[in-house]
Design a binder for this molecule. Structure first.
Ligand code: V07
Length: 258
């Protein structure tokens, strides 16, 4: 079965894609997939388009990949949409990026509700413009009772700040006696992070050929499998997600058995 998965040809047609989905679902699928969606600007530059055209194209890929992850039975899909470092980009680009959550949800929220997807967010809400935050909070509220895929957007997220804030919170709880020093375990510390309700990612995907974490989920990715591709995010296809999941499944088979 795994050999078959490895033999799928490039340039698959749609019936081939359906077959691959069926085969992939026969083996355990990662419960939590996290993706650093990189290469949108480069995609646009290659086409002599403004960078924001790449972000817009990337947004459509988010929809496609969410659908497939849900279909595969993935429990959590965390997408790094905007880092705390991204504020340093030109104002016009930041302004455009801040409009994408509203546009995405304006177009796709009815479908997400229909597909039983639950929208969540990690990151600091304070710096986000109110129209961005309102759109996201409305989506979180409208999908809070759904129990399909959790679509978790990391927005204005930075992992070191997340860890520092968790440490401060731990110190406070120790001072006030809610927590004893010797009760602080890895699991307890995890419960102080923004991802407290989520399992750690099993698989991290980063597109566009960069081999680094860029301050993304440093604590949570301690035991995750990493999968990197040269493919730019706007070019990322369903087949690429299946390649990543199949690679994860092959590694589990080889190293997980003991
Ligand atoms: C953004 C598109 C994907 C490529 C990476 C950068 C650009 C979807 C969202 C989003 C966020 C929250 C939400 C619903 C949708 C988004 C930003 C950028 C800032 F509740 N795509 N996308 N947000 N890009």
């Amino acid at each position: 079965m795994l050999n078959k998965i490895n033999l799928w040809k490039k340039g698959a047609n749609s019936s081939n894609l359906r077959d691959r989905i069926v085969e992939t679902k026969k083996i355990s699928v990662p419960s939590h997939i996290a993706i650093i969606m990189d290469g949108n600007g480069r995609w646009a530059k290659k086409r002599a388009l403004p960078r924001v055209a790449g972000h817009h194209e990337g947004m459509k890929v988010v929809r496609k990949i969410t659908k497939l992850a849900n279909e595969l039975g993935v429990d959590v899909l965390t997408l790094y949409a905007f880092s705390t470092e991204n504020w340093k980009r030109p104002k016009s680009e930041v302004d455009y990026l801040m409009k994408l959550p509203e546009e995405f949800l304006g177009t796709f929220l009815p479908e997400l509700i229909e597909e039983n997807v639950q929208v969540k967010m990690i990151g600091h809400k304070d710096k986000l413009p109110s129209f961005t935050l309102n759109a996201i909070e409305k989506a979180i509220e409208k999908t809070k009772n759904n129990n399909g895929l959790i679509l978790n957007f990391a927005l204005n997220y930075g992992s070191r700040v997340e860890i520092i804030e968790a440490v401060k919170h731990v110190l406070n709880d120790c001072k006030s006696g809610i927590l004893k020093e010797n009760e602080l375990t890895e699991d307890v510390f995890s419960s102080y992070l923004m991802t407290s309700e989520l399992s750690d990612p099993d698989l991290l995907i980063r597109t566009s050929g960069e081999i680094r974490l860029s301050n993304f989920m440093l604590w949570q990715l301690a035991y995750s499998e990493f999968w990197f591709t040269e493919t730019l995010w706007p070019d990322f296809k369903e087949e690429d997600l299946l390649d990543a999941v199949n690679a994860f499944q092959n590694r589990q088979r080889r190293f997980g058995g003991v």
